[in-house]
Design a protein around this ligand. Structure first.
Ligand SMILES: [Zn+2]
Length: 203
């Protein structure tokens, strides 16, 4: 449902008085900067977008998908938002970022996403990082690091590799604890459910 269209940011409907959530986000931003002194590139709107990505990730978890959410935006205009839908779509490329990039391209009728930012709750994998390079995305803002597949800082540095023909400003660790918490809760619950199911079968 939410994986479509150019939804305006709710704060923008607030009579032009700025974002309802801005004050809270400024506090979160201050906290983030305490831990990530080098990340003065982060804007309050990036935090808003990460909050939105977290909501999308939660929606994924509710339907049994690994909870990852992504938003593509340009300035303060949201071009696309998506959740991971690999299970529902039986699509190995159904990562939140891939789905969001496709929607964004359709919305602006261009494959070049120059000047666009992507906020995603988990560090992108090689596929998604590669798609962002190919799509000429301007900025990447991600939440939790991914020790198993992270391709932007952890295992590879695809989005900033000078050998490739395009590089993105890459900022990790934004609301990282909450983003990581969604994933660890999801996998903990899933392990418990599988254990219960095994016990039922053998009992
Ligand atoms: Zn991916």
């Amino acid at each position: 449902m939410s994986s479509s269209s150019r939804a305006g940011h709710p704060g923008r409907r607030n009579g032009g008085k700025g974002h309802r959530c801005l004050q809270r986000h400024n506090q979160q931003l201050a906290q983030h900067r305490l831990h990530h002194a080098r990340d003065e590139r982060i804007e309050p709107f990036d935090i808003c977008m990460m909050e939105r990505a977290i909501v999308l990730a939660r929606q994924a978890a509710a339907t049994g998908e690994v909870p990852v959410g992504a938003v593509v935006y340009r300035g303060e205009e949201i071009l696309a938002e998506a959740s991971n839908n690999r299970e529902a779509s039986s699509d190995p490329t159904g990562h939140a970022e891939m789905v969001a990039l496709r929607i964004a391209g359709r919305n602006i009728e261009a494959w070049r996403l120059q000047g666009c930012s992507v906020a995603v709750t988990l560090e992108p994998c090689p596929m998604c990082a590669g798609a962002m390079v190919n799509g000429r995305v301007g900025r990447l803002v991600y939440g939790a690091s991914d020790p198993k597949a992270g391709a932007c800082d952890t295992l590879y540095e695809i989005t900033t590799d000078p050998r490739l023909n395009h590089r993105l400003e890459t900022i990790g660790g934004v609301l990282a604890d909450r983003c990581a918490g969604l994933l660890s809760d999801f996998f903990r619950k899933r392990r418990a459910e599988r254990k219960k199911a095994r016990a039922r079968r053998s009992g």
